[in-house]
Ligand binder design. Structure first.
Ligand code: ZN
Length: 181
């Protein structure tokens, strides 16, 4: 089922997610909802926190030429190694009409569980590394705008408050050919 995506400044985005203690039918349903909501958006990653489920679950698929082929469904993901630096222009399905350069680790190793209860370790670089770090941030209640300068963040917050005051809906504008993390 396609779920509603929460937008900044919704307080639930700041609460982050709890570790998943057991993989059950509800969790499998949440994962499937995340997948269809991500593709519908369209996005290349989505965290359960963004649909109002405060659990440590993310889905990522950076291969939009062949959707589903490289789809990752990760439970309790943890970054276990980092290397280098990369700057990427990030957007977010929860942060409407805004992108900014964010500094991340260029290569990471992530340990996680899959919905079929397998423990996996994966190596990621470039866009996949960026997307995984971005989604894992959501599980800690962090948005990419928490990683830019305070001035830029406050200007953005002011713009959103103005839109809300004017009663304008917080609908993301499609980005030309650029999927949103
Ligand atoms: Zn995001």
């Amino acid at each position: 089922m396609i779920r509603e995506i929460l937008h900044f400044p919704d307080a639930r985005l700041k609460q982050g997610g709890q570790s998943v203690a057991n993989i059950n039918g509800d969790l499998v349903q949440t994962v499937e909802d995340l997948v269809v909501t991500m593709y519908d958006a369209p996005g290349i990653g989505l965290a359960a926190v963004q649909i109002g489920v405060p659990q440590r679950i993310i889905v990522v698929d950076v291969n939009h030429e062949e959707p589903g082929k490289d789809l990752l469904k990760l439970i309790n993901p943890v970054i276990t190694a980092r290397e280098g630096e990369i700057i990427w222009e990030e957007g977010c399905l929860s942060v409407i009409d805004y992108t900014a350069d964010v500094k991340r680790s260029a290569k990471i190793e992530v340990k996680a569980w899959t919905p079929d209860e397998k423990e996996i370790v994966l190596q990621a670089e470039d866009l996949l590394a960026v997307a995984l770090q971005h989604e894992i941030d959501h599980l800690d209640g962090k948005l990419f705008i928490d990683r830019i300068s305070r001035l830029k963040r406050e200007l953005y917050a002011r713009k959103v408050k103005k839109l809300l005051r004017e009663g304008r809906p917080l609908e993301p504008q499609p980005r030309k050919g650029k999927p949103t993390i």
